[in-house]
Design a protein around this ligand. Structure first.
Ligand SMILES: [Zn+2]
Length: 155
């Protein structure tokens, strides 16, 4: 799918074949899904998606069938900018196995305050609605991958 964005129920994007908008429900991520119009198989999400508000954030945490990897960042943060390509690369590697999100702490301050994110970048991993790992700083992709492996294999 192209032009991906989030709403409270899932990931929305255009079918690569017919262009019709489809929604992949958070609860069905990781399963094969098909376009509601032409039945073309839809590619799993392979890029980080921006969380625009706290309602969407609460909903994805609660409903996602895949582990979540969330990058808390800000416009003014140099290390965040350096980390972004590494995060995007790792998102591609985990396509269909983990959902990568970005949360701008300036734009959605209530979430980062609630989670006591006091340094950025901070990367928090969730599985089945529970926080499992927290990484501070712009770490190499290898470190991030190790953390995701650990979370994925945990029950
Ligand atoms: Zn289609």
């Amino acid at each position: 799918m192209s032009g991906l964005r989030l709403d409270k129920s899932g990931v929305i994007g255009a079918c690569p074949k017919c262009g019709k908008l489809n929604r992949m429900a958070f609860a069905s991520l990781g399963k094969t899904s098909r376009c509601g119009s032409c039945r073309e198989e839809l590619e799993p999400v392979s890029e980080p998606l921006e969380v625009m508000d706290s309602a969407v954030f609460r909903s994805v945490i609660k409903e996602s069938s895949l582990p979540l990897v969330v990058d808390f960042w800000a416009e003014w943060c140099g290390p965040c900018k350096m980390f972004a390509p590494e995060f995007a690369r790792t998102a591609k590697e985990w396509s269909g196995r983990a959902l990568f999100l970005k949360l701008n702490t300036g734009q959605v301050p209530d979430v980062s305050q609630q989670l006591l994110v006091n340094a950025i970048p901070t990367i928090i991993l969730w599985k089945s609605g529970k926080e499992r790992e927290r990484i501070q700083g712009a770490v190499p992709g290898k470190v991030l991958t190790q953390a995701i492996n650990k979370v994925e294999s945990s029950s």
